[in-house]
Design a protein around this ligand. Structure first.
Ligand code: NAP
Ligand code: ZN
Length: 362
């Protein structure tokens, strides 16, 4: 029988982790060490090899959604190698590749969790960073760090045939675009728009194309036109040009809007067919005005979508393995993270920065 005092000690045991974090909305992301729990019986310990840089990291570091608890260690596009597992873990063993996305815990009992939609957990899902740490108190710390410890339910299997750094962004950018494309049943014979060619947008183009849709990319950056075609867009519209926009009026089945900043969503609602849907995944800090007339004519729908559940994230990874899809990335050492944020703000990334965590260890 286990000795209760030994178990209690294990439950509180921690290890010091090196990472990068921000201490205020105006401070740079800089070296920051913190504690993580030792693996519990259901936990998987992962040495982080690569971590993608999501625009949500930047929104959070700068407190643009006004919910940041400092210090914050961002990063929710994590891939790495398993270094230890608790004795109840069944699906992973040391040496395996593993991934962690945006969710590290949820109540797992509410109707949404039971439906595999942990992102809509009635108790609130626990984010990989800036979430409530139920084990140690305080907040969870993300993937800009050397190691992470996560309950195996929230750990993903990484297909072996894909390039590992290019897989990291699938854990957020991939699932955030895959989930609405599936939910709104995008496929052959449909005209689908993707707005914004950034981290999410370029995955949206690749995935919608792989699902068989006719894909139109909307971009503010004329320089991205050729890349869009290579990634799977059949047409590219420069969204600042009203004439180019007008040509597509009333013609789309579905549009996925990935824009991170203020913009006019009515311009896209006007492009939908009868009963068409515009779904927002981008999360600008301020509300976006919607004209009633953009909606009531043609009975259009305006919707939102949040990342995706664990089972669907695994499904997305397996879909990507089958279709040979990874993210187009620029690998950076962690020391360049602040410069990467500045470039991301200028829409100057092709198309996701991925941190090589070897730079943190060296
Ligand atoms: P990103 O790489 O910075 O891409 C955003 C793209 O939006 C840019 O590349 C640019 O594309 C376009 N854009 C930027 N500013 C614009 C402006 N003022 N007007 C029009 N277009 C503009 O960001 P990301 O990582 O893909 O994230 C996009 C957004 O989704 C962020 O707000 C992020 O927080 C949010 N997000 C939401 C979820 C969710 O679950 N719903 C999950 C992850 C991220 P062009 O150069 O092509 O115009
Ligand atoms: Zn993200």
């Amino acid at each position: 029988m286990s000795n209760p005092s030994v178990l209690a000690e294990q439950a509180n045991a921690t290890t010091t982790i090196r990472g990068y974090g921000a201490t205020s909305p105006t401070s740079a992301v800089a070296p920051f060490s913190f504690a993580r729990r030792e693996p519990l019986p259901n936990d998987v310990q992962i040495e982080i090899l690569f971590c993608g840089v999501c625009h949500s990291d930047l929104h959070t570091v700068r407190n643009e959604w006004q919910n940041t608890i400092y210090p914050v260690v961002p990063g929710h596009e994590i891939v790495g190698r398993v270094t230890a597992v608790g004795d109840k873990v069944k699906r992973f063993k040391p040496g395996d590749l593993a991934g962690v996305g945006c969710i590290v815990d949820s109540d797992r009992t509410c109707p949404n969790c039971r439906a595999g939609l942990e992102q809509f957990c009635d108790s609130g899902f626990i984010g990989t960073y800036n979430g409530e740490d139920k084990h140690l108190g305080g907040v969870t710390y993300g993937g800009y760090s050397e190691k992470i410890i996560v309950d195996e339910h929230f750990v993903l299997r990484i297909p072996k045939n894909l390039d590992l750094p290019g897989v990291a962004p699938l854990l957020c950018a991939g699932i955030t675009t895959y989930s609405p494309l599936r939910h709104w049943k995008v496929g052959k014979g449909q005209k689908v728009g993707i707005v914004g060619l950034g981290g999410l947008g370029h995955m949206g183009v690749k995935l919608a194309h792989a699902m068989g849709a006719h894909v139109v990319l909307f971009t503010t950056s004329p320089g991205k036109k050729e890349d869009a075609a290579r990634l799977g867009a059949s047409e590219v519209v420069i969204s600042k040009d009203p004439q180019q926009m007008a040509k597509h009026a009333g013609s789309f089945d579905f549009i996925l809007d990935t824009v991170s900043a203020q913009h006019d969503v009515n311009a896209y609602l006007e492009l939908l067919k009868r009963d068409g849907t515009l779904t927002l995944v981008g999360a600008p800090e301020k509300p976006l005005p919607v004209s009633a007339f953009s909606l009531i004519f043609k009975r259009r729908q305006f919707a939102g979508s949040l990342i995706g559940g664990i089972a669907e994230t695994q499904e997305m990874l397996d879909f990507c393995a089958q279709h040979g899809i990874v993210s187009d990335i620029e690998i950076i050492p962690i020391q360049q993270i602040n410069k990467a944020y500045e470039r991301m703000l200028r829409s100057d990334v092709k198309y996701r920065f991925v941190i090589d965590l070897a730079s943190l260890r060296s």
